[in-house]
Design a protein around this ligand. Structure first.
Ligand code: BES
Ligand code: ZN
Length: 456
């Protein structure tokens, strides 16, 4: 390990410079103007892997390409094989005016590297790549075979990787998957995440009059679609923060006393949390704590609400339609497809006779949970401790990584979620960043991991 640690120390600055290069690609999967940037970014990653000594391939898909990088595998070797998953696509950077430096012109301020994708997710999977580089470049034998699978559709709930897993089951047969795409509370609390929420997306639209109408001539005699949609959506959460869709909670696994106790151990200050988010007061389902709300309880969120005139000044109209983009976060053992159908059906029953309703079903991801008690989980905890110098915590997280559940279902393996994002890293927000101390320790953690895994 000494040789590896020395190599990592000696190359620390270069690793950061390379990450900066990677972050320059505006690989925004949601925006088709960036399709070429997606390809360029995938190729950069593949070339980078090749230069380190990995077998690199860019796989075409119906959507954005998938990159695989594999350590040279020996024939008939009985060494364990692990996958490292990541995504090179990033969220749209808008609103641009809220960034202190341009999202794709990475800049270091203090201990942080600012850029869209810095922690979600380029910095996090790049850390693993650099650890493997240290093994390969120092001629240290890796105690296992590794395949990096880096996709370009995570942020849009794309399905290309699901098909890829099904088609490449044999090559991807492995003993476990490592994913760094979650968080850790702070540098003193490295974390192993053992549950993720799922997600179900839909769009609901109400159509009233066949065009925007003069609100003075017609207003009062026809129902206003914006008002109708507001009333309809407002019924979906009651005063206790409970979702009112019939059957919504039927399959929700109850939180055990043990889990609630563990969750209460995760550091949390209400004052700091409110300040971090800039809110006056917190809100949440009655009977649960904020840590439970955001990690282990389902939600119903309006992501976007549109109707009528939104330009400068005023316009006296009854808008012709109103629509809302909605996602729900789901918890074990809710079935995302079933929930989506239930909610769509319920919405239809709430449609007033004055409106025509369309419900468009969107992407789904099932929630994930695994017992963090096996040999490999213990080994991962050990690696975290070696790199960060502190006892790791076990977390449930509220975000979703859709493919993780498919690793379990298709490849029949567990995923070890070793998050390297801090709570103030601004994932999906302006001024996203990666803490470079976390990045460096993340590389060390990964270097330990393969040895600790092999021993387990
Ligand atoms: N890295 C996040 C997921 C995440 C963040 C998990 C923090 C746990 C803690 C990932 O890139 C993400 O944003 N996923 C999307 C998936 C969705 C588009 C299907 C999400 O959770 O919104
Ligand atoms: Zn994300």
């Amino acid at each position: 390990m000494k040789q590896i640690t020395d190599y990592l120390k000696a190359n620390e600055q270069r690793f950061i410079d390379e990450l900066v290069e990677y972050l320059r690609y505006p690989s925004v999967s949601a925006q088709s103007v960036h399709n070429k940037d997606m390809i360029a970014c995938a190729r950069w990653l593949a070339n980078h892997g090749k230069a380190i000594g990995l077998k690199a391939k860019v796989h075409k898909t119906d959507g954005h390409p998938i990159v695989t990088l594999a350590t040279p595998r020996r024939r008939n070797s009985d060494r364990p094989h692990f996958l490292v998953y990541g995504h090179y696509d990033v969220q749209p950077p808008e609103p641009l005016e809220l960034w202190d430096s341009p999202p794709f012109d990475p800049q270091i301020r203090g201990r942080n590297l600012y850029a869209r994708g810095a922690s979600d997710n380029k910095g996090q999977h790049f850390a693993h790549l650099k650890a493997v580089e240290a093994y390969l470049k120092t001629g240290t034998e890796l105690p296992c075979d590794l395949t990096f699978v880096v996709e370009g559709e995570e942020e849009v709930g794309g399905e290309a990787l699901v098909d890829f897993l099904k088609q490449n089951k044999r090559d991807l047969k492995c003993d476990g998957v490592v994913v760094s795409d979650t968080g850790m509370p702070d540098l003193k609390h490295p974390a192993l995440t053992y549950a993720l929420r799922g997600v179900a997306a839909l769009e609901v639209r109400l159509d009233g009059p066949d065009r925007d109408l003069h609100s003075g001539i017609y207003g009062g005699s026809v129902e206003n679609p914006a008002m109708a949609l507001s009333k309809l959506l407002a019924q979906l959460i009651d005063k206790n923060g409970r979702i009112t869709v019939p059957g919504f909670y039927d399959d929700v696994a109850k939180l055990s006393a043990y889990e609630r106790k563990q969750m209460a151990r995760v550091p949390f200050s209400e004052t700091k949390y409110k300040k971090l988010l800039g809110v006056k007061a917190l809100f949440g389902e009655k009977g649960f704590t904020p840590n439970e709300h955001r990690a282990a309880r389902p939600t119903f969120e309006i992501n976007g609400l549109t109707s009528g005139y939104q330009g400068e000044g005023s316009k006296t109209i009854v808008p012709s339609h109103a629509s809302a983009k909605i996602t729900m976060r789901l918890v074990p053992h809710q079935d995302a497809t079933k929930i989506l159908r239930q909610v769509a059906r319920h919405l239809k029953t709430l449609c007033p006779p004055t409106m025509r309703m369309t419900v468009e079903l969107g992407h789904v991801a099932d929630p994930y949970i695994v017992a963090p008690t096996g040999h490999l989980a213990k080994a991962a905890l050990k690696s975290l401790k070696s790199a960060f110098g502190h006892e790791p915590v076990l977390l449930r997280e509220g975000g979703s990584i859709p493919i993780v559940e498919h690793f379990a279902r298709i490849l029949k393996v567990d995923t070890y979620l070793l998050g390297l994002a801090l709570p103030d890293d601004n994932l999906h927000s302006p001024n996203e960043k990666m803490d470079l101390e976390v990045f460096t320790r993340g590389i060390q953690m990964s270097a330990h991991l393969w040895t600790d895994f092999a021993e387990a």
